[in-house]
Design a protein around this ligand. Structure first.
Ligand code: SF4
Ligand code: SF4
Length: 137
C-alpha cells in the first residue's frame, strides 16, 4: 500500500518536472541580467535641490526620523538648502516624505543597489540624492 502511494507520488512529481523542464525560466539570473524595476518602484530618493523650499514637511512626516533637512532664509527671503540627509539604514521606503513634499522636488527612483559593508555609507546627502535626480533626466 505504502509502495503504491510512493510510486504514485514519484510519477506525479516526474510529470510536473517533465512539463516545466523545457519551459522558459520565469526568474532572471541577477546580477548578470539587471533586475527590472516597475514604473512606480520606490528606490533611492531623488532631490531637485533648486526646487526645495526647506519646509521640513518630509522630515516631519518620516515615521523613523531618518531624514534631516537644514537651511536658512537668504537676503532675498528665499530659503536655501544647506543639508539634506537620508539614513538608508533606517529608511523603510514608505514614500510618505515624497507624498508630503509640496513642490514635488523629492521623488523615488528605480535604484535599489545600495548594499555596503560600511554603516556610515548608508547615510546619503545632497550630493548623492541630487546626482540621482540628474540621472533621471
Ligand atoms: S521613505 Fe519613509 S522612511 Fe524613508 S525617508 Fe521617506 S518617510 Fe522616511
Ligand atoms: S518636503 Fe520637499 S520642499 Fe520641503 S524640505 Fe522636504 S524636499 Fe524640501
Amino acid at each position: 500500500m505504502k509502495l503504491r502511494i510512493l510510486g504514485r507520488g514519484l510519477v506525479n512529481g516526474l510529470k510536473v518536472t517533465g512539463i516545466h523542464v523545457f519551459r522558459r525560466p520565469v526568474t532572471r539570473p541577477y546580477p548578470e541580467r539587471h533586475a527590472y524595476a516597475p514604473e512606480r518602484f520606490r528606490g533611492r530618493h531623488r532631490l531637485v535641490v533648486e526646487d526645495c523650499v526647506v519646509c521640513q514637511a518630509c522630515a516631519r512626516i518620516c515615521p523613523v526620523n531618518c531624514l534631516t533637512v537644514e537651511g536658512y532664509r537668504g537676503d532675498d527671503r528665499r530659503f536655501v538648502l544647506t543639508a539634506f540627509t537620508i539614513d538608508y539604514g533606517l529608511c523603510m521606503f514608505c514614500d510618505l516624505c515624497v507624498e508630503a513634499c509640496p513642490p514635488h522636488c523629492l521623488t523615488m527612483g528605480p535604484e535599489f543597489e545600495m548594499a555596503t559593508t560600511s554603516r556610515p555609507r548608508l547615510v546619503e546627502g545632497v550630493a548623492e540624492l541630487a546626482r540621482s535626480a540628474g540621472a533621471s533626466s
